[in-house]
Design a protein around this ligand. Structure first.
Ligand code: ADP
Length: 281
């Protein structure tokens, strides 16, 4: 199936699922999500009454200045912390259930690879923990490493790879779990611009093939616009959503999409929304 067919099928499935007869289960939902931190008598309202619905198969970027609650929101969805108030759901389940059911995987800014294990073993390790048979975990790992362009590097150690390659291993490790939802917290934030642009293209290609729901945190407006079906803009103190911008760039999204006038218009819209919310990415 071609990339554009796969994307069209996903969109069709979503619109069929949204017929009045069948209520679609969103990939992610937040209702009145609030998180307050108390430290040494000082209270920080990291999130205040956040409502968000993300369709299954969507790619949503969250952008906003440091401290506006982006990571806090992602950590609540990923069952790494509990909200003070409100509800977060992952494919219709609580984050805890979703974690138990292995519905999601995460990629962070740092690849977090085990330095003494080969690339292949780093990818197969979570699958071993999931108790998958050896043959299946190796097959999945090899398939995903090939998808991120690392076939031939399976027996290398992490220190023998560049930063961009290490981050590709982290992405392959997450994808090999076949997650319905992928949480990505500034995954390319530590990379140089050229590597980042290349990984953006690769991630777009992977998403168009596999269609997971993606929640992606970034400080880069261009990255957010290029990758996303929707960009959510947040402002700090208290952290809340100030704008949601649909990204109507065509598929398949190849590198040339970034040269289109519409790309620059959308970058301008996101920048204006950030400035309106008094945030600078
Ligand atoms: P972002 O990801 O947008 O940079 P965070 O979600 O990391 O923002 O943080 C939002 C706010 O919550 C910040 O003011 C931060 O200092 C505060 N915060 C985050 N985690 C904690 C914590 N564990 N204890 C106290 N304050 C925290």
């Amino acid at each position: 199936m071609s990339t554009s067919d796969a994307v069209t099928d996903t969109v069709r499935a979503q619109s069929e699922a949204s017929s009045p007869m069948v209520k679609p289960i969103p990939g992610l939902e937040a209702h009145q999500l609030t998180k307050r931190f108390d430290s040494r008598g000082e209270q920080t309202v990291a999130l205040q009454d956040v409502d968000l619905t993300i369709a299954q198969g969507a790619f949503v970027s969250i952008i906003g200045p440091s401290g506006c609650g982006k990571s806090t929101m992602l950590r609540i969805f990923a069952d790494l912390m509990a909200p003070t108030d409100g509800v977060a759901m992952v494919k219709g389940r609580t984050p805890h259930q979703a974690r138990r059911d292995r519905e999601f995987a995460m990629v962070f800014q740092s690849p977090n690879l085990l330095p003494w294990k080969s690339v292949l073993r780093n990818v197969t390790l979570p699958l071993q923990i999931m108790k998958l048979p050896k043959e299946e975990r190796e097959a999945r790992a090899r398939e995903m490493l090939a998808l991120v362009g690392l076939d031939g590097f399976e027996s290398r150690l992490p220190h023998q790879l560049s930063g961009g390659m290490q981050q590709r291993v982290a992405i392959a490790r997450a994808l090999s779990m076949h997650p319905g939802v992928l949480f990505m917290d500034e995954p390319f934030g530590a990379l140089d611009e050229i590597t980042r642009d290349r990984l953006n293209l690769e991630l777009m290609d992977i998403w168009q093939r596999l269609s997971p729901t993606v929640l992606f945190i970034t400080h880069s407006i261009g990255e957010a616009v290029y990758l996303s079906t929707q960009v959510v803009v947040m402002s700090p103190r208290p952290g809340r959503i100030t704008a949601t911008i649909d990204i109507d760039l065509p598929y398949p999204r190849t590198a040339s999409v970034r040269d289109q006038p519409r790309f620059y218009e959308l970058v301008g819209e996101v920048r204006a929304a950030l400035n309106d919310g008094q945030g600078r990415a």
